[in-house]
Design a protein around this ligand. Structure first.
Ligand code: MG
Length: 412
């Protein structure tokens, strides 16, 4: 029995993880849950999964939850997330939104808990600190992001993957036969448009992702393709591969979730339907794989090959007819190059970029700024900022705060 703590249990990843747990009660139990604002959803989850503790966004919500469950330990706010991250469990699934995921991840790693990481901002802003602590504590950092789960799977048995095993090696030195990481991207809802054509797009248009159903922040990041930029930085830290060995491939069908090219010219790809349950399940059950598909009716499936395609399998006769790849348009989707630049510059640059982006996405979602204000302002914040490299979570959070202030000032 694996005990799981879910940070952000009422969001897209959190609810899908609970669905997996619901169908596998013999394998998993819930240790703790947290939400920011969906208190009523959390109450339903408490009734169903019986956690030992929860954390909510505000003191007011905490009092309401406590009144309903007098025996339950109830925390709230940023400190509440830290208390939950300290609690005993086998694995912490971090599906928090944005930089708020960093401090709880760092705390959970400090306590030696394995991490299933859906919160990419943790690695974008704190990659050096977090991966160093993982090595020190021998903690497994298992990617939930679909592309990174794909890369992780391609690396398994091919010189090892950085997540977990290699991080536990005291030397930290990796001699792997990896030549390149081919990071795939759907291209988002505005693929094929010119930069100016995106100037007046609406929030609803930007939220209309062609393939993936996700939270609103990551969906806007996909529309600007900052999501891919953040994922380049995430891959650099997860797999210890330099930026110039990570190539973005736009693949609109979202069937190939990423690939690894090895030194002998072999490219290994991981494919599947665009369903986040696959990477979530692998991260929480690693090193096992879970039964997410029903077995064939006859046990082997050799009676009727066509019936295999109607039971949830990826039907390559249909999907595979059009697996296409194209270069990203970097002049239009400027966020990709901003992320590469931030990664090459290092120090505070990725934190600044991430902080400005998070603030600007929230402003766009609130209808306060236009879509192109996001990339244009991030670039200006990055040019203006000369903040020193951070050496602690506190310093990262301070740089994040200052970058948000700078973004708002520029737009005034
Ligand atoms: Mg992704």
């Amino acid at each position: 029995m694996k005990t799981i703590t879910i940070l952000g249990s009422t969001g897209s990843i959190g609810t899908q993880a609970l669905e997996i747990i619901r169908n596998n009660r013999d394998r998993f139990s819930v240790s703790a849950l947290t939400c920011r604002s969906r208190k009523d959803d959390l109450i339903g989850q408490i009734k169903e999964f019986g956690p030992q503790a929860v954390s909510v966004g505000t003191a007011e919500d905490a009092a309401a939850v406590q009144a309903e469950f007098p025996q339950l330990t109830v925390y709230y706010g940023e400190q509440g997330l830290i208390e939950i991250a300290k609690m005993d469990c086998d694995i912490v699934l971090n599906s928090l939104m944005g930089i708020s995921g960093l401090a709880p991840t760092y705390t959970a790693i400090s306590c030696g808990r394995d991490i299933a990481l859906a919160n990419k901002e943790t690695l974008v802003a704190g990659g050096a600190l977090v991966t160093e602590l993982c090595r020190e504590k021998g903690v497994k950092l298992l990617p939930v992001d679909s592309e990174h789960s794909a890369i992780f799977q391609c690396l398994e048995g091919n010189g090892g993957s950085a997540c977990g095993r290699a991080y536990a090696e005291p030397s930290g030195a990796l001699h792997r036969p990896v030549r390149r990481i081919l990071l795939t991207a759907s291209g988002g809802p505005f693929r094929g448009r010119s930069f100016e054509e995106m100037r007046n797009v609406t929030v609803a248009q930007a939220l209309n992702h062609p393939n993936w159903s996700m939270g609103s922040k990551i969906t806007i990041d996909s529309a600007t393709m900052m999501n891919k930029g953040l994922e380049v930085i995430e891959a650099r830290w997860l797999f210890d591969v330099p930026a110039d060995r990570i190539d973005v491939h736009v693949h609109p069908e979202s069937i190939v979730h990423s690939m690894v090219e090895f030194c002998d010219g072999s490219i290994i790809a991981q494919m599947g339907l665009p369903d986040m349950k696959i990477p979530i399940a692998l991260a929480v059950s690693y090193p096992d794989r879970m039964d997410l598909l029903p077995d064939f009716a006859d046990g082997y499936g050799h009676n009727d090959p066509d019936s295999r395609l109607t039971d949830g399998s990826l039907d390559l006769f249909t999907a595979g007819a059009n697996l296409t790849f194209e270069k990203p348009d970097r002049k239009v989707f400027r966020c990709i190059d901003l992320a590469y630049a931030a990664l090459r510059e290092g120090g505070a640059a990725p934190v600044v970029m991430n902080g400005a982006n998070e603030e600007l996405v929230a402003m766009f979602l609130a209808g306060k700024i236009g879509f192109l204000d996001i990339p244009e302002t991030i670039e200006r914040v990055m040019q203006r900022s000369s903040l020193p490299a951070p050496h602690s979570v506190e310093e990262i959070l301070e740089i994040d705060r200052q970058s948000r202030v700078m973004a708002k000032e520029i737009l005034k």
